[in-house]
Design a protein around this ligand. Structure first.
Ligand SMILES: Cc1cc2nc3c(=O)[nH]c(=O)nc-3n(C[C@H](O)[C@H](O)[C@H](O)COP(=O)(O)O)c2cc1C
Length: 203
């Protein structure tokens, strides 16, 4: 299978490989290539998981966006770490990433906000992500979103909406092998700026 065949060498930089796999997943057109399962730790120490969009993957890490007032935003304020998974179906590949998470500055978050459609921007403005709501409230939210989107003038990023970057200290690549000898190549480093150590582990 292509995923296993492509995993015979160990590139020095796992983030370059991650970027390559991401591009290949996007080119395949299968599944939801930008979906990033993002696990955080609640203030009580419980695990919490949900999907966000990987907006950018580069040598510095994985960028996503959310509200600092959402449960995940509150988790990250207390425990600024995350464990994330990307899963791509064709070829079948998994990448696991863990590391500290930092909030991006205003200029970067403004750029990320500006890259969204006007309707999405309006949705971010009206949503109190994670707050309770009833069906009538949801209708009202939809109405206000449409109203703001239909207005004129640029929309401003809510001060509570940010880009975040997961800065990997561990990256593991898994690719499917028909004989179940799935290659697993695990990169680790002690800090997000340190040198990588690579090892293969059994499937
Ligand atoms: C495909 C997909 C993409 C999503 N992208 C985002 C995103 O980029 N940012 C975000 O805050 N929530 C996103 N969500 C919604 C989250 O999964 C989640 O419902 C929401 O952020 C609240 O999570 P929390 O209560 O753990 O904070 C996405 C959901 C799906 C299914």
């Amino acid at each position: 299978m292509a995923g296993a065949a492509a995993d015979t060498a160990a590139p020095a930089d796992p983030l370059a490989r991650l970027h390559t796999w991401w591009n290949e997943a996007r080119a395949s057109g299968a599944g939801v290539p930008d979906a990033l399962a993002l696990a955080t730790v609640t203030p009580d120490g419980e695990p919490a998981n949900r999907v966000v969009v990987a907006k950018r993957i580069d040598h510095a890490g994985i960028v996503f966006v959310t509200s600092e007032r959402s449960p995940k935003g509150r988790d990250l304020a207390v425990h600024p770490v995350a464990a994330a998974v990307l899963l791509w179906p064709e070829p079948l590949r998994q990448v696991r990433v863990t590391g500290p998470v930092t909030m991006l500055g205003d200029a970067d978050s403004d750029d990320l906000f500006a890259a969204h459609s006007r309707l999405s921007q309006a949705g971010f403005i009206v949503s109190g992500q994670g707050q309770p709501i009833d069906p009538a409230g949801l209708d009202e939210l939809r109405r206000r979103t449409a109203e703001i989107a239909a207005g004129s003038g640029g929309l401003r990023r809510p001060a509570t909406w940010h880009g975040y970057r997961l800065r990997p200290t561990a990256v593991e690549f898994w690719s499917s092998d028909p004989g179940r000898a799935h290659p697993r190549r695990r990169y680790t480093r002690t800090t997000p700026d340190g040198a990588w150590t690579v090892a293969m582990v059994q499937p």
